[in-house]
Design a protein around this ligand. Structure first.
Ligand SMILES: Cc1ncc(COP(=O)(O)O)c(C=O)c1O
Length: 494
């Protein structure tokens, strides 16, 4: 007989009623083939005795299983597993099968993405995660967001905002962004040129899907934002790399490639090159635009941290000088407000926006209308600009403190240039040393250097990584530098 007593567990502290706990487990045994079709079950009285529960509970479980069609009761014969159920090859009773386990391997074939990291970034409280450069979420204007969200959720908006709506995203936000981007970035766009996305990443994905299918060529920097590389590869694009120096992407080298082969797109983080943080020079900006016009390629301009420029005003994007419809301009509020505010925009010629909207329709019907309306209101009443002005001052101070301590304490091991903007420092470790043991030692000291291997996707051995500074305050920064110092000392004296 099936070992009911050993196989069924009842958790009396669980909120789920006991009769349903019984049903769940009996169903999982049927599904696993452990209780095959037509198996006779013990009577409800006997099974209740075996399991040490009240008979009424057992009867309730049987009734539920009968109602769901898992078992049948045949008068004067007994209760059986439904003989109509498909026969499943039985799983060994002692096997590690666990219906609740989420770690089972799929019983079907599908695409495996080997390059996206799935590290859980939620570390214990006393751990510091030092990485790519992210905002300090503690500074996010959460009260303003909550207040505005609550106000716009009130009655009169219900009909307007809670239904299915435009595949281009919330119209009020699109209208607001037209003014915002034209004024702040020197663009000259209308509402037809703008699609709302969930962060810059969706803009990257939509663009690469539309541009790169069928193995089209995209040119990127020798060092590049690795997730952009991943996105292009996922879209079947062929990546060509060009050098990056103090002036950003080397456009002379790009021109040489264009002379030899068809280039379909160029990806550029013009404001602060990711990962090295340098700004694309004015000369190269003009050159890149001229090449795009001449060779008819798209420029994907990822302006992920436009607002964070500390020495002078932010440099206007390439999109502000695009007179021939070559630039696809991507931005978001993930860095200005917080990464969880999944609102971004894709700016491009109208025909491209239409196709991007259709594609987005397939993966995300329309975005988050209420949140988008909230953001539109916050931009209009000046909340976003006020917040931006506040955090720029704070991040500049943090950059200066981080750089000072890095220089004072670690200049024997590493070098760096103070970045003009952004949220991270591009740090070059002396080639005598290696990040691998340092990151191991850092982890022992509760400092987690995230994803550092991904800054060198082509294994060039440049030995440089990004150290994000913006998310740490003036108390945390010295602690972090001390831990890094200790980790380097421990790793280098091994
Ligand atoms: C260069 C670059 N592009 C795009 C993104 C994605 O940003 P989002 O959170 O807006 O999708 C990031 C995120 O860090 C980034 O660094």
């Amino acid at each position: 007989m099936f070992p009911y007593k050993n196989s069924i567990t009842i958790d009396r502290k669980n909120n789920r009623p006991i009769y349903l706990q019984l049903c769940d487990q009996i169903i999982s045994f049927i599904r696993a083939g452990k209780l095959p079709p037509s198996t006779k079950l013990p009577g409800s009285r006997r099974l209740a005795d075996i399991l040490g529960i009240h008979r009424k509970t057992m009867v309730a479980a049987f009734d539920e299983l009968i109602a769901q069609g898992w078992i049948v009761s045949i008068p004067s014969k007994g209760t059986f597993i439904n003989s109509e159920l498909p026969i499943i090859s039985p799983v060994n009773l002692n096997s590690s099968f666990d219906a609740k386990s989420k770690k089972q391997l799929s019983g079907f074939d599908f695409f495996h993405n080997t390059y996206i990291d799935d590290t859980d970034l939620s570390l214990e409280n006393d751990f510091y995660l030092i990485g790519d450069g992210v905002p300090d979420n503690r500074l996010a204007p959460i009260d303003e967001i909550a207040k505005t969200y609550r106000n716009i959720s009130k009655k009169e908006y219900h009909k307007k905002l809670l239904g299915y709506s435009s595949i281009y995203g919330n119209k009020e936000l699109r209208k607001t962004l037209v003014t915002y981007l034209n004024q702040s970035r020197g663009l000259d766009i209308t509402i037809d040129n703008i699609l709302i996305t969930r962060g810059s990443q969706m803009g990257l994905y939509l663009s690469s899907q539309l541009l790169l299918q069928q193995g089209k060529t995209i040119v990127v920097g020798a060092t590049n934002y690795s997730t952009a590389d991943n996105t292009f590869e996922y879209s079947n694009g062929k990546i060509e790399r060009i050098k990056v120096d103090q002036n950003g992407l080397n456009t002379q080298q790009l021109e040489m490639i264009c002379k030899k082969k068809q280039v379909d797109a160029v990806y550029v983080t013009s404001h602060h090159h990711h990962p090295t943080t340098v700004t694309l020079s004015a000369e190269r900006r003009m050159h890149l635009l001229l090449l795009a016009e001449k060779y008819c390629f798209a420029i994907i301009e990822d302006d992920y941290d436009y607002d964070f420029h500390y020495e002078n005003s932010p440099i206007l994007p390439l999109a502000s000088n695009d007179y021939h419809g070559n630039v696809i301009y991507i931005g978001a509020f993930s860095k200005i407000i917080a990464p969880a505010m999944r609102i971004g925009y894709l700016v491009a010629p109208k025909d491209f926006i239409l196709e991007a909207a259709k594609l987005r329709r397939i993966i995300d019907r329309q975005g988050d209308t209420l949140l988008e309306e909230t953001l539109a209101t916050m931009i209009k009443v000046g909340d976003v600009q006020r917040h931006c002005n506040k955090v720029i001052k704070i991040y500049k101070q943090r950059r200066d403190l981080f750089c000072k301590l890095l220089k004072d304490k670690l200049s024997d091991y590493l070098s760096f240039d103070i970045p003009n903007g952004g949220m991270a420092i591009w740090v070059n470790l002396d080639k005598k040393y290696n990040w691998e043991p340092i990151s191991v030692e850092a982890k022992k000291r509760k400092l987690y250097i995230s994803d550092w291997k991904r800054y060198d996707m082509i294994n060039s051995g440049h030995n440089s990584i990004r150290l994000g500074f913006a998310s740490f305050n003036e108390i945390e920064i010295p602690i972090i530098i001390d831990r890094l110092h200790e980790a380097i000392l421990a790793a280098t004296t091994l």
